[in-house]
Design a protein around this ligand. Structure first.
Ligand SMILES: [Zn+2]
Length: 123
């Protein structure tokens, strides 16, 4: 299974099933796939988009075929109908690793501002 889901324990029953269905669309070839998919789900479960959206906020989806090359963290997904091509993510690094690697002191003033944010206050 390529899509790995992390679900909040508050989700159960119909709400959980709705989210599972959201992340496993069955018609991948429909034009405007995401919009069509959402409308199908809302119709099937008799919920508004707002209700669906509030449930979906309790689910995180990850692509098990794309991992950060540094720490191994899975790539987070936001659109079930448009999965990225893993071949373009062979050297992908997560935001945390990139931030850590690129973290550094640029110059003395930048360093002082970061450790003493209040020293710019004029008196
Ligand atoms: Zn990483």
């Amino acid at each position: 299974m390529r899509i790995h889901l992390l679900t909040n324990k508050m989700l159960n029953g119909t709400s959980l099933q709705m989210c599972l269905d959201y992340w496993h669309p069955f018609n991948q070839h429909h034009p405007n796939r995401l919009e069509w998919h959402i409308k199908q789900l809302c119709h099937y479960y008799q919920v508004t988009f707002e209700e669906l959206f509030s449930r979906l906020s309790m689910v995180r989806a990850y692509d098990s075929s794309i991992r950060c090359k540094t720490c191994g963290k899975l790539y987070e997904l936001y659109n079930p109908c448009d999965l990225p091509d893993p071949n373009y993510f062979l050297d992908w690094q997560c935001a945390q690793c990139l931030a850590f690697i690129n973290r550094g002191v640029v110059d003395l003033q930048g360093f002082l501002a970061s450790v003493e944010p209040d020293n710019e206050i004029p008196f």
